[in-house]
Structure formats: C-alpha cells, structure tokens
Ligand binder design. Structure first.
Ligand code: UDP
Length: 384
C-alpha cells in the first residue's frame, strides 16, 4: 500500500510521529504486505524550532517532498498548497492520503486528494468547538466531509459526525480509535526527563506552564493586552514559564507589549522532549492549545484553558480542565480553583492505551487488502 502523509504544522508532526512508528511496526510484522509512507511537508511551520526539531528528536522519517508554502493569508496559503498537492498526488498516485487535525495543510491535502478520487484518512476527525469564527473549525468540518476514514479520538467526536450526517455517506468508515497524542506521550515521556533543564533552572517545581497562540487571542489587541496583564499580575505571586509562539511574539511586538516581566520566564518555542520535561515539573497549565489541554491531563496536571469553548469537552466534564475565557476575573478564579486540584490520568480511558496509531494502520491496511472501500460500513467501536 502506498500512503501519502501530508503534514505542515507542529501538532501534526507530533501526531504523525506516532503513526509513522506504527507503520514501521506493521512493516516489521508483515513484510509480505508492506505499507510505504511518503511524507509531504507543506512548509506551513518552517522555523527550526517549530519543525526541524520534531523530525530530529521524534525520529520522524525525513519528508520526501517539501512545498515551502508559508507566511500567507488563509486563502493564498490553502490555494497554493492545493495546487502543489494536486500535481504531487497526480505524479505519486497513492492508494490513500493521510491528514491530521485542522490546519490549512489538512484542508488543502484533503481537498486535493478527494478531487482526484484518492480516499482521505483524517486523524482527529469529528472534533468541534462550534465556533465557526475559528479557522480551525472550518478546516475540520470540510476535511471530515471529504474523508473516507474518520479516526476519532473521543466518543464525542463520533457523536458530532453522526449529528452532521457523515455516517450516511456510503463509503465512510468512522472509528473511535483513541488519541495518537497519547501514543506519542507514552513513547517519549520516559526519554524527556531533564530535557528542559536550561529553561527551568533556578525555578522550583510547581511553576505554571503557559502557551498562547490562537488567532482569537493574537488577532484581538485588547484581549491580548488584557490577558497578558493578568498573567503579569498572577506571575508576581507564582512563577510562570511561557514558551512564546512566533505568532504571539509578533502580535506582542506589534502592540509594543514587552513579554519580559517579573515572574515570567520567556523561552522560544521548545522541542517536544523539552515540553514534556517542562510539563512534568509544572504545577498547572494555562493554555489555548488543543494538544496541551490533553497532555496536561495525560501528565496528571490541572489545566486552565484560555478560550470560550473547547473540543475536549470530556476533560472539562471530568473536572481536569477549566474553561476560563479571557476576562481577568474569570482567569484569576480559574487559576485559584485548578491550582489545588488533583488530576488522575487514569480516570478517563477514552484516549486509548497507547495503541491508537496501530488501530489506524490496521484499518488502512485491512482496507487495502480488501480493496473494497464501497463495502465499508459505519461501525465505530468502543475502546475496551
Ligand atoms: N509544543 C511544543 N513546544 C512548544 C509548545 C507546544 O512542543 O513550545 C507541543 C505541545 O506539547 C503539543 C503541541 O505542541 O504537543 C501543541 O501544538 P500547538 O499548541 O501549536 O497546536 P494545537 O494543539 O493547539 O493545535
């Protein structure tokens, strides 16, 4: 089977790392029916600390093709990727295309493939914030409606797809397979101890770890000013580490906000192992990142989410994640509530046991063996 994996942004490298390892395992176990993976990097994230570091330390196979498309508006970026990917897919003629998450790269990959009648597999299908102002929400909905295989990380994701009528498409296969980010963290957490020592040196364990990068914050000057002022206030009482995303750094520079403040330790974006090490020694996570909300839970840390809604509603219901929104009062209150809360990562089993990527590879290779995608039926199965 020939599979083209299309990635381009940091969280996609982290998810693809798990599936690439599962492909290697499959090829080792079943040399008689190998799966050949061709990796395409769109270039959406291109700085060394947003891209290269993940390929290196997570041993992701080098991209076979790099498109170098970045630093453009949504329309231009998606359009150029679509055009380049169409040519590439015509030349490579894969059996299937694999896309991850909710970025412009995801949408361009899914659209390019489906228009050439190449079946699309979507990892992290079915997630919804129900906020259509988010570019990610549009990308996810459209990708799900192009995809043949919808690999859902949670039961809620399956329900969302059902509500949208996705299972009624005859060729569709929806699977609650768990979360590939859990596979990744399980594999790498034991290797991460000490990786971020240079960033946390001199800080006692229990500092708060913060990341911010969503457009709903960085594109709203008043909101960004207000949130940062609240973080500065909180950091006078409790130290905080903030690996600064390039988009947030640029927005702050434009607004003349100096990120360096007492109690706040600013770092450049860190590698994945550094992130896991920072997380392990943190007392609380404050974030607007989708991935980090889950990783906080996986590592037994409370999380305050600086958004009005989240796709990971199970974590909120379980009391492990508190949606604070952006107002100073709500943020202060949420931090006080979550700072003392114990989080037990064994309380929720919906994310699987670290075998989600093996399930994905098994589904794709079984389909390839049967080559009868039209007979695939809607059959989500629960995780034991
Ligand atoms: N991450 C990282 N270094 C950082 C910040 C985040 O390795 O400086 C990792 C984080 O641990 C998670 C992923 O990047 O695995 C989340 O990516 P991001 O927040 O950019 O995107 P989202 O998850 O919101 O789509």
């Amino acid at each position: 089977m020939k599979l083209i994996t299309i990635v381009g942004a940091r969280p996609q490298f982290i998810k693809a790392a798990a599936v690439s390892r599962a492909i290697a395992r499959h090829n080792h176990r079943h040399p008689e029916r190998p799966l050949r993976e061709i990796i395409v990097h769109s270039g959406q994230h291109h700085d060394a600390n947003m891209s290269e570091v993940f390929f290196q330390e997570m041993e992701i196979p080098r991209p076979d093709h790099t498109l170098g498309i970045h630093t453009l508006g949504h329309g231009a970026m998606t359009g150029r990727m679509l055009e380049s990917l169409e040519t590439l897919l015509r030349n490579e003629r894969p059996d299937a295309v694999l896309v991850y998450g909710d970025t412009n790269t995801t949408l361009a990959g899914a659209l390019a493939a489906v228009k050439l009648h190449i079946p699309v597999a979507h990892v992290e299908a079915g997630l919804r914030s129900f906020n259509r102002a988010m570019p990610e929400e549009i990308n996810r909905i459209l990708t799900d409606h192009c995809a043949t295989w919808l690999f859902c990380p949670t039961p809620t994701a399956v329900e969302n797809l059902t509500r949208e009528g996705v299972p009624q498409r005859p060729e569709v296969f929806i699977q609650h397979c768990g979360d590939v980010m859990f596979d990744t963290i399980r594999h790498f957490a034991p290797k991460a101890e000490g990786a971020a020592i240079r960033h946390r040196q001199g800080l006692a364990a229990g500092y708060w770890l913060c990341t911010l990068h969503r457009a709903e914050l960085t594109d709203d000057p008043n909101r960004l000013r207000q949130v940062f002022a609240t973080l500065q206030e909180l950091a006078r009482e409790h130290p905080l580490i903030l690996p600064l995303h390039p988009r947030t750094r640029q927005a702050m520079e434009r607004l003349g906000i100096d990120p360096h403040s007492p109690g706040i330790r600013i770092t450049p974006p860190v590698g994945y192992l550094e992130m896991l090490d920072l997380l392990k020694h943190a007392g609380l996570v404050l974030t607007d990142s989708g991935g980090l909300q889950k990783e906080a839970f996986f590592m037994g840390k409370g999380c305050v989410t600086l958004r009005e809604e989240t796709e990971w509603t199970e974590l909120v219901s379980a009391g492990c994640n508190l949606l604070a929104g952006f107002s100073p009062d709500a943020l202060r209150q949420a931090v006080m509530t979550m700072a003392g809360r114990r989080v037990d990562p064994t309380t929720l089993t919906i994310f699987g046991q670290g075998e989600s990527s093996d399930r994905i590879v098994a589904t794709l290779t079984a389909w390839n063996a049967s080559q009868s995608v039209n007979q695939k039926v809607y059959k989500p199965h629960a995780i034991a």
